[in-house]
Structures are given as structure tokens and as C-alpha cells.
Design a protein around this ligand. Structure first.
Ligand code: NAD
Ligand code: USQ
Length: 382
């Protein structure tokens, strides 16, 4: 298949582009490099040193003979996107290219507006581009489990059957997101639902949980192929942050009581989920939703798991319960469905001590690169 990976220079997109290329697909990447610019804005960095995108794809070609074409540009520039779609005529468009940090979207008005315009406008352009140029192309859109929030009933995969005043219907599952970033994903989902209905576009919304780890078989083939790894308070996510904190002797930054429970998955499963979605396209006009996570944990539980492994490796680690910079429930019910990807063949890489140990060992090699001022939370929701 010809597959475009938009956001293919990022944390999830880069290993996905490599994996799909390895599986024999004809892959190209769209990216505007904004994530690298944001590192400069925040005076932050990836824990792992990362090569430029040109160097990355050159090394990939040298090692495998496979070419990954690169289109440097912005999804919010429609003329650019049209040219890429005309040239590639993709069978599938895997769309990772959004501002994905909840704290970044909560910095101030400008960052909220940037997040929502970048994400919503980019996705609208992709929808118009597919309609205009490649109507059969399958949109594989990265959504987020956080679109649902934390309701006091089980979370379904996209839709829920409701009985109301004697009548029944299957309706989109209610959305109660917890940041302006997560809201941008809800807006995307609504726009995609509508485009599927009126234009017959085929789309899969992958409501992904928090991703942990950094390596896949492909990124480990050469240091030039290394994936980025975020640890700062703005882009670093739970688990990865805790592992890096334990490696530098920092207290583990559990926000509030630590009962916040989320769906999690290994980056090795992210890449496979995209392949599964691509190989099993949605029907024309179908807005299909998969919940893309493999296990549920509270952040307190994750901190304890990391503390145990770090101690076994000789690193004494303390868990700190910080004042929560976010407005969110710290103790709540959480139970979400995630059967659809497994039914299509996903075999999850589950989290155990050895997995944490492996990430810990990758992290230890680069711990001198940590900018310590960037570890404590600085962005407040209030
Ligand atoms: P990332 O920031 O590392 O990568 C996103 C990439 O998209 C970057 O390389 C960036 O330069 C590019 N980009 C952003 N806006 C663009 C635009 N307008 N035009 C072209 N390129 C643009 O993020 P990530 O962690 O790889 O996340 C990828 C996707 O997966 C996001 O949509 C995110 O919401 C979703 N997701 C991520 C996680 C996670 O834990 N990382 C979990 C759930 C969902
Ligand atoms: N948290 C801590 N301590 C930390 C960091 C986070 O307790 O040091 C808590 C947060 O308060 C929150 C939970 O951990 O309750 C998850 O936070 P996170 O920063 O790991 O993840 P989140 O902000 O939800 O965003 C990440 C990605 C985003 C993706 C989302 C999936 O950045 O792109 O959409 O995970 S989900 O959470 O399922 O919506």
C-alpha cells in the first residue's frame, strides 16, 4: 500500500513510518518540524539525541534499501497538501501531525488557539484533500482516550446504545475531555464523523491511550534511527517521565492523590495498531472508532512499579505527591473497552518489570542530557 505518515518525524510517527516501510509498504512522511521548534521555544530537548529527518531516512535507505520520501510542509497549507496527495495517491493517510501536549495547550491563550487551529484546520484540510483528490483513501486518525474523560460508567469504543423515553439509538459516546488539547481531538472527531456522512470518506479514529517506551526493532537498528523521548513537564508523559526521574535521582512527580487512571500502551503496539487499521480499512462512509490501549493503570501504581525496578537497579527513589497542576479527578471509576484491535490481531506487549528495566537501561545512557529545571510541572490549568 502507499501510506502517508503525517507527523512522521514525531515520537509515534517516526517508528510507525519505519515499521510500515519494513513491512513492505510504500511510505512517505509529511512533517513541518514544528515539534523540533517547540523544543527551542521551551528550552527543552529529547532525552535521546535525534538525527535530522534527512539523515534518518538516508540511513534507513542505506540499511534496508527502502526509500521513505519526505515532504517538509504544513497540513494547514492546503496547496502543499494537495500537491503531496496528487503525487502520492495514497491508499491510507495515517495522521499523527498535531500539537499533542495537554500542558502546552494550557500555557496561555496563544497556545490554546495555536493548538486548536493547528489540529482542527490540519484535519479539515486532510478531509477536503481526500474528498477532492483521493476519495477512496482511508484516513487513519490519531485520536485520544482523553476525549471520553472519566465518566462514572464503562467507556465503549466510540458509540453507546442509549434507551431514552422508550426509544433506543446507538449514539456517539459522550465526550468530557480535560484540556484544550484533548478538546481539539473531540472537534476533529466531530468533523471527521460529518465528512464521512456527507462525502462517504472512510475513516478510523484511533483513541490512543498514553504511549510509553521509545524503541522498536527498527529504531534500534542504528543510533541514527533513534526515536525522540520526552521527559519535560510539557511533553513528557507518565511512566516515561517516572522512569527518567528515577534515573536522575529526582522524586517521582505523581500529581495529587495519584488515583488518576488511564489506558496505556507500548510504542511497539502503536506501530502495529496502525498496520492493523491500514490492512482492515473502514468502509466508504464509515466513521470507525477503536480504543487503542492495552492496559489500565493509575499513575500512583505506575510510580510504585518504577520505584521497585529502580531500587533493584540500585537507584533509591522517592514518590512525591505534588499539588496537582491540572484540574482533574484524582480518584475515580475507569473501565474502558479495547477489544476491536485485539479482534483484528493485536498481540499486546504488556508492562512488566523487565519492560520497565529495559526502558530504564536505555534512559541511563543519556541521563546527562536531562535539563533538570524542566522536570517539575510549571503549567497550571487554573
Ligand atoms: P509528536 O509531537 O512527537 O509528533 C507530532 C509530529 O507532527 C511532530 O513531528 C510535528 O512536527 C508534526 N506536526 C504537528 N503539526 C503539524 C502540521 N500542522 N503539519 C505538519 N506536521 C505537523 O507527537 P506524538 O507523541 O508522536 O503524537 C502523535 C499523535 O498521536 C498526536 O496526534 C497525538 O495526539 C496522538 N497521541 C499521542 C500519544 C502519546 O502518548 N504520545 C497518546 C495518544 C495519542
Ligand atoms: N501525571 C502525573 N505526573 C506527571 C505527569 C502526568 O501524575 O509527571 C498525570 C496527569 O495528571 C494525568 C496522567 O498522569 O492524570 C496522564 O498525563 P500525561 O501527561 O501522561 O498524559 P496526557 O496529558 O493525558 O497526554 C498524553 C499525550 C497525549 C495523549 C494522551 C492520551 O501527551 O497526546 O492524547 O496522553 S490519554 O491520556 O489517554 O488521553
Amino acid at each position: 500500500m502507499n501510506i502517508i505518515v503525517a507527523g512522521g518525524d514525531g515520537f509515534c510517527g517516526w517508528p510507525t513510518a519505519l515499521y510500515l516501510s519494513k513491512q513492505g509498504h510504500d511510505v512517505s512522511i509529511i512533517d513541518n518540524m514544528v515539534r523540533r521548534e517547540i523544543d527551542n521555544e521551551l528550552h527543552s530537548n529529547s532525552l535521546t539525541p535525534i538525527a535530522t529527518l534527512e539523515e534518518r531516512v538516508e540511513k534507513w535507505k542505506e540499511l534496508t534499501g527502502q526509500e521513505i520520501r519526505v515532504y517538509e510542509g504544513d497540513l494547514t497549507h492546503y496547496d502543499f497538501l494537495r500537491e503531496v496527495l496528487k503525487q502520492e495517491k495514497p491508499d491510507a493517510f495515517a495522521h499523527f501531525a498535531e500539537q499533542r501536549s495537554a500542558p502546552y495547550s494550557m500555557i496561555d491563550r496563544e497556545h490554546t488557539v495555536y493548538t486548536q487551529t493547528n489540529n482542527v484546520e490540519g484535519t479539515l484540510n486532510v478531509l477536503y484533500g481526500i474528498k477532492e483528490l483521493v476519495p477512496d483513501c482511508h484516513l487513519i486518525k490519531l485520536g485520544t482516550m482523553g476525549e471520553y474523560g472519566t465518566p462514572n460508567i464503562p467507556i465503549e469504543e466510540g458509540y453507546i446504545e442509549i434507551e431514552h423515553k422508550g426509544r433506543k439509538d446507538v449514539l456517539p459516546y459522550p465526550k468530557q475531555p480535560g484540556s484544550f488539547y484533548h478538546l481539539s481531538k473531540v472537534h476533529d472527531s466531530h468533523n471527521i464523523t460529518f465528512a464521512c456522512k456527507i462525502w462517504g470518506i472512510r475513516a478510523t479514529d484511533l483513541n490512543q491511550g498514553v504511549v510509553y517506551g521509545l524503541d522498536t526493532d527498527e529504531t534500534q537498528m542504528d543510533p541514527m534511527l533513534a526515536n525522540r523521548l520526552d521527559y519535560d513537564d510539557v511533553f513528557g508523559t507518565a511512566l516515561n517521565r517516572f522512569i527518567i526521574q528515577s534515573a536522575i535521582g529526582h522524586d517521582l512527580t505523581v500529581y495529587g492523590k495519584g488515583g488518576q487512571t488511564r489506558g496505556f500502551l507500548n510504542i511497539q503496539d502503536t506501530v502495529r495498531c496502525i498496520e492493523i487499521a491500514a490492512e482492515n480499512p473502514a468502509d466508504r462512509g464509515e466513521f470507525r472508532v477503536f480504543n487503542q490501549f492495552t492496559e489500565e493503570f493509575s499513575v500512583g501504581e505506575l510510580a510504585e512499579k518504577v520505584q521497585k525496578v529502580a531500587q533493584e537497579e540500585g537507584y533509591e527513589t522517592t514518590i512525591a505527591n505534588l499539588d496537582n497542576p491540572r484540574v482533574e479527578q484524582e480518584e475515580h471509576f475507569f473501565q474502558a473497552e479495547n477489544t476491536k484491535l485485539r479482534d483484528l490481531g493485536l498481540e499486546p506487549h504488556l508492562l512488566n518489570d523487565d519492560v520497565i528495566r529495559e526502558i530504564f537501561k536505555s534512559v541511563i545512557n543519556h541521563k546527562d542530557r536531562v535539563i533538570k529545571e524542566n522536570v517539575m510541572p510549571q503549567v497550571s490549568w487554573k
